[in-house]
Design a binder for this molecule. Structure first.
Ligand code: XUL
Ligand code: CO
Length: 438
């Protein structure tokens, strides 16, 4: 829908002394940090669903936004009006990437054939939009949680006919992602869990999930899609228990089905905190398992126990996350998708810009802070020294499998040492981080 964003000029970098709320203060796309530009490091994406599809409804009330492209009919004309508005927004914000679910972009469909037709119709339009400007697709996905057919699960549904619909959606969404040059494909299992164990065969459902993800991987290779597939962990909401609870759980699942070299994770901080984990814990666990993929940046509310999907604004938390992301080698095919929505009272066009500008400036600062921490080597040097014993002597021999339990025990008897406890220096290390957060 042309016109809605007309009063917003393209967003420029003006530097930290600018008091223009519609300008970047820190995100300077071409500024080099540790040898790469900020844009290359962060690969920031706008998500289609929260920004262009959501009308501001919540469980107690209807839509509060007055977007001109939200008509009553979810038909092809409405899908095209939304697409025009989205790309007009991208042109003004200057984001390098975007992300979508199949159902975000297409006219509503009820039957499998309608799904294929309606999705194909909008794909041609999307391709034309993308061909005429410099924007890339970070990842695509299929929405297998909103439609009532998925109330009892997507690929974990007790009914195989529902799983066939899922197969169709994943097939088409992955092929679309490939055609549009996307670098990742996400599987978020919103309904891949259960509400009550009383009606659920957990083993059967997990076997279905294992087979389904395997089929998705096989399809990726069949069509020659070179991007990554990522599972997005979340412990619950909408289901009471989601099988992809957190990074460690996803890794166990991938190992069980022999998929750990094929599938990585798309981590979302609000999901991490719902699972009782910190954001940086999830990043570092993914690094440790070699499955780090991409991030859906957002934040929860410390007092609310659900997925509030707010734009990130905690500089310390994001400095920590970026530190562990950089330490692991940074984004490759992944990037920084803002899976975040403005609050339902933030109903103006400007609010969508303030939210994204704030998120992008925040990540730019977090990136520079994290780079400072990496370059100073104060944290990494401390950790390296702490584990230095494992590079030599009994430490090395134990890890290389040379020593049995009894031989390791003999080493204790031989030295007859009661090792001195050593300070973990937590406050000192926290001070290093505090001083780096600028
Ligand atoms: C839901 C969520 C999804 C996924 C994609 O909590 O994060 O939007 O990112 O399906
Ligand atoms: Co997400």
């Amino acid at each position: 829908m042309s016109g809605y964003f007309n009063h917003i000029d393209p967003i420029k970098f003006e530097g930290k002394d600018s008091d223009n709320p519609l300008a970047f203060k820190y995100y300077d796309a071409n500024k080099k940090v540790m040898g790469k530009t900020m844009a290359e490091h962060l690969r920031m994406a706008v998500c289609y669903w929260h920004t262009f599809c959501w009308d501001g409804f919540d469980v107690f009330g209807g839509g509060t936004f007055d977007r001109p492209w939200h008509g009553n009919n979810n038909d092809q004309a409405a899908a095209e009006a939304k697409l025009d508005a989205a790309f007009d927004f991208f042109d003004r914000l200057g984001n390098d990437f975007w992300c979508f679910h199949d159902t975000d972009v297409m006219a509503a469909a009820n039957t499998p054939r309608e799904h294929v037709e309606n999705f194909a119709a909008i794909l041609d339009k999307i391709e034309a939009k993308m061909d005429s400007r410099d924007i890339k697709l970070l990842w695509g996905t299929a929405n297998m949680f909103s439609h009532p057919r998925y109330m009892a699960g997507a690929s974990t549904n007790p009914n195989p006919d529902v799983v066939a619909f899922c197969a169709l959606q994943v097939q088409k969404a992955m092929e679309a992602t490939h055609r549009l040059g996307g670098s990742g494909y996400v599987l978020w299992g919103g309904r891949e869990g259960y509400d009550t164990i009383l009606n659920t065969n957990v083993k059967q459902e997990m076997e279905q999930l294992g087979r389904f993800v395997t089929m998705a991987v096989e399809h990726k290779h069949k069509i020659g899609f070179k991007g990554d597939i990522w599972i997005e962990p979340k412990p619950h909401e909408p289901t009471k228990h989601q099988y992809d609870r957190d990074v460690a759980t996803v890794y166990g699942f991938l190992k069980e089905y022999g998929l750990e070299k094929e599938v990585g994770v798309n981590i979302e901080p609000n999901h991490a905190t719902l699972a009782g984990n910190s954001f940086e814990h999830e990043v570092e666990m993914a690094n440790a398992f070699g499955i780090f993929g991409s991030i859906d940046f957002n934040r929860g509310d410390p007092q609310n126990g659900w997925d509030t999907d707010q734009f990130p604004n905690d500089l310390r938390e994001n400095t920590m996350a970026l530190y562990y992301i950089l330490k692991g080698g940074g984004f490759k095919n992944g990037g920084a998708n803002f899976d975040a929505k403005v609050r339902r009272q933030s109903r103006d066009a400007e609010d969508l810009f303030y939210a994204h500008i704030g998120g992008m400036d925040l990540l730019a600062r977090a990136l520079e802070n994290a780079a400072g921490l990496i370059e100073s080597e104060k944290l990494s040097g401390f950790v390296q020294d702490r584990y230095a014993g494992w590079d030599k002597g009994i430490g090395k021999d134990m890890m290389s499998g040379k020593l049995s339990l009894s031989e390791m025990a003999d080493a204790a008897l031989k030295s007859n040492l009661s090792p001195e406890p050593i300070s973990g220096r937590q406050e000192h290390l926290e001070n290093i981080v505090t001083l780096a957060v600028k």
